[in-house]
Design a protein around this ligand. Structure first.
Ligand code: PGA
Length: 254
């Protein structure tokens, strides 16, 4: 059985007021949510404490980025141990914006995944192809390489902590979503790659991200290999985010 997760990635948006209002609202709505979905909020690091204070333990909390180093003279970095210390359960690793603007390579992603796992935090490892790569027919091979290389340091007993988010770069923040069928095909391909590298492919949660909205979430989440979503823009609007959480079908995945 796989975890069903809907995670809201606020990116560099929000405020401590938003943290209080939005999380309070989401938490109250969760009382009537009975579809077994785990709801996670991933605010900017400075607002993690505000979100944790509001979460009451029923909303999971994560960070958007983490250092590949354990501790020491790395000004501006956040250590995975600190993320754990604060009470966060998740850390995004290798989001396409980190790859694009901060030069995060698959080697760095692999080092961060290793560090995050060692701290007892679950990495949400982001993969996805650009439009150019998709048009060149390379989408599956690009994503396969990101999965293989990004997860190459995961030990056999650590797979249960891994979450993967497939986010086609061309769908992020553009309003263009992959069709449910395209997303399902890629998720199924990712499961094959995971099986090939010896991972328990059927038990790993695979989230889809890229312009998931209240009106397209249900079709995506209905697909057998889509276990949830990583939501950017729509996660900043409390009603939309809750509506996306409600779009997850009841019953088990996997
Ligand atoms: P979006 O972002 O929902 O705004 O497209 C998704 C993400 O980058 O995680």
């Amino acid at each position: 059985m796989r975890r069903k997760i809907v995670a809201g990635n606020w990116k560099m948006n929000g405020s401590s007021d938003l943290a209080k209002q939005l999380v309070g609202y989401v938490r109250a709505e969760l009382d009537t949510l009975d579809n077994g979905v785990e709801v996670v909020i991933i605010p900017p690091a400075l607002y993690v404490r505000d979100v944790l204070d509001q979460s009451g333990g029923s909303v999971g909390v994560g960070v958007q980025n983490v250092s590949q180093w354990a501790s020491g003279a790395y000004t501006g970095e956040t250590a995975a141990d600190m993320v754990k210390d604060l009470g966060c359960g998740y850390a995004l690793v290798g989001h396409s914006e980190r790859r694009q603007y901060f030069g995060e390579s698959d080697e760095v992603v692999a080092a961060k995944v290793e560090r995050v796992l060692a701290s007892g935090v679950a990495p949400v490892v982001c993969v996805g192809e650009t439009l150019e790569q998709r048009e060149a027919g390379e989408a599956e091979s690009v994503v396969a390489a990101q999965v293989q290389q990004g997860l190459c340091r995961v030990a056999a007993d650590q797979w249960s902590s891994i979450v993967i988010a497939y986010e086609p770069v061309w769908a992020i923040g553009t309003g263009k979503t992959a069709t449910a069928e395209d997303a399902q095909n890629m998720h199924s391909a990712i499961r094959k790659v995971l099986a090939d590298i010896g991972a328990p492919a059927e038990s790993i949660s695979l989230l889809y991200g890229g312009s998931v909205k209240a009106d397209n979430a249900a079709a995506l989440f209905a697909e057998p290999d889509i276990d949830g979503g990583l939501i950017g823009g729509a996660s900043l609007i409390a009603e939309d985010f809750v509506s996306i959480c409600r779009s997850m079908p009841a019953g088990t995945k996997g």
